[in-house]
Design a protein around this ligand. Structure first.
Ligand SMILES: *[C@@H]1O[C@H](CO)[C@@H](O)[C@H](O)[C@H]1NC(C)=O
Ligand SMILES: *[C@@H]1O[C@H](CO)[C@@H](O)[C@H](O)[C@H]1NC(C)=O
Ligand SMILES: *[C@@H]1O[C@H](CO)[C@@H](O)[C@H](O)[C@H]1NC(C)=O
Ligand SMILES: *[C@@H]1O[C@H](CO)[C@@H](O)[C@H](O)[C@H]1NC(C)=O
Length: 376
């Protein structure tokens, strides 16, 4: 019990030390500290045990897992190092950064979740997909390096670059995806953001920490972050989604070059009913959602995958964890190439050796300009 008292004292002390205290309208708890990283991006440091994700009815009895039982480094035999990663955000111990969003955007996010198309089936009007998928699971995870670009996207369009895992059985779908997103109706701006999304057992889903389900554990890297890049430039990241060996929870990890990996957080196993023994499907690629009038946004950087590999968006070093947690290049497994609207978006599987010193792995270029005639 004494440790509890100390925690309370420390929290109170921190509360006094940091003056930037504000109140979330929909929350009774005062954040200990807040970080405003952009015009429309403010994070409140929220008590890790009182974060929105835990509000899910399936997580009543959930105990927070602070780190993976086996790190992705150990699973993959990577060499970690001790350089630290600098972040604009650094919440005090015992708290995690949660993006503050207005009720208006929260409602929009929920509506978007309801109708959101997912890459396991291509049945949503106006959604188009390009990518690679393997459906001979069970798999324990997927990992890739990929880039995100800023693009002009209309208010009712969206464009994603994502890795995903999922299972599909008797009309039930469970899945998780993460990567880059541009979705103005969702964020209020046409900026590029990082994101994560899940659809669980009850058919309901949620983006990021806008509603319940995802458990944020990193104090520095929130699941949803605005990316500051100039038009034409791209932001590279390497992410992994993998199932914890001991708990069965699904971790989202950012693998940062020359710094230790950051385990951002996880989707608890309680949220799912057909992912407990791995996922049947893993995939990576681009997804877009057209306007109501059928006009489709650009995918990737808007260029078709022609010419130099630097001309269009890319996924590289795509690795998949098999049922026994052995890592393989994705093309070790049977793969399908997904292209549903080749007049608007295409893919080119890599054949050249790109980086002389680095292991290339399995890669591809993809994307396209979109337009009015991409089909439905
Ligand atoms: C912030 O969001 C508002 C809409 O809520 C928008 O009008 C404004 O342009 C946004 N600011 C930035 C910097 O994106
Ligand atoms: C939580 O535990 C209680 C008591 O054991 C049980 O009645 C309840 O069903 C559990 N809730 C969930 C979501 O598992
Ligand atoms: C960090 O790594 C460097 C070598 O890369 C080593 O010299 C140094 O002692 C290490 N520091 C710690 C705190 O482990
Ligand atoms: C479709 O709607 C977008 C706005 O969402 C608009 O920019 C575009 O001109 C419209 N296209 C047609 C053919 O009406």
């Amino acid at each position: 019990m004494s440790s509890l008292i100390i925690v309370v004292l420390v929290l109170n002390l921190l509360h006094i030390l940091f003056s930037t205290v504000s109140v979330r309208s929909d929350q009774s708890v005062l954040p200990i500290r807040s970080f405003k990283v952009r015009e429309n991006a403010t994070y409140d440091c929220v008590d890790i045990n009182n974060q929105p994700g835990l509000g899910h009815r399936l997580l009543q009895n959930h105990t927070i897992q602070m780190k993976p039982s086996v790190s992705i480094h150990e699973l993959r035999n990577h060499i970690d190092n001790n350089k630290s990663y600098s972040s604009e955000i650094g919440c005090p111990d015992g708290t995690v950064p949660i993006l503050r969003i207005s009720n208006e955007y929260n409602t929009k996010a929920q509506l978007f979740s309801e109708k959101y198309f997912h890459p396991l089936t291509v049945d949503n009007p106006g959604a188009h997909i390009v990518g690679i998928r393997s459906s001979t699971g069970p798999y324990r995870g997927v990992e890739a390096s990929y880039n995100g670009y800023t693009q002009y996207i209309e208010k009712d369009q969206a464009s994603y670059s994502e890795i995903y895992i999922g299972s599909w059985l008797n009309n039930q779908v469970n899945y998780i995806q993460a990567g880059y997103i541009i979705n103005p109706s969702f964020f209020g701006t046409g900026q590029l953001w990082t994101y994560g999304y899940f659809k669980g057992k009850d058919g309901k889903g949620c983006y990021n920490t806008a509603c319940d389900g995802f458990i944020q554990v990193s104090r520095k890297i929130p699941i949803v972050q605005p990316i500051n890049i100039n038009p034409g430039d791209s932001d590279w990241s390497r992410w992994s989604i993998h199932q914890d060996k001991a708990t069965g929870n699904w971790w989202l990890t950012q693998l940062i070059e020359n710094a230790p990996n950051v385990d951002i957080g996880y989707w608890p196993k309680e949220l799912f009913n057909i992912l407990n023994n791995g996922a049947n499907i893993v995939g990576v690629g681009g997804v877009v959602q057209a306007s109501h009038n059928g006009s489709s946004p650009p995918m990737g950087n808007g260029n078709f995958p022609v010419g130099s590999h630097k001309n269009s968006a890319m996924f590289t070093n795509i690795e998949v964890l098999d049922y026994n947690y052995i890592s393989h290049k994705m093309n070790y497994f049977p793969t399908e190439i997904l292209v549903d609207s080749p007049q608007c978006y295409d893919i080119r599987i890599g054949k050249v050796k790109l980086f002389h010193s680095k292991r290339l792995g399995f890669f591809f270029n993809y994307g396209g300009p979109g337009g009015k005639f991409c089909g439905v």
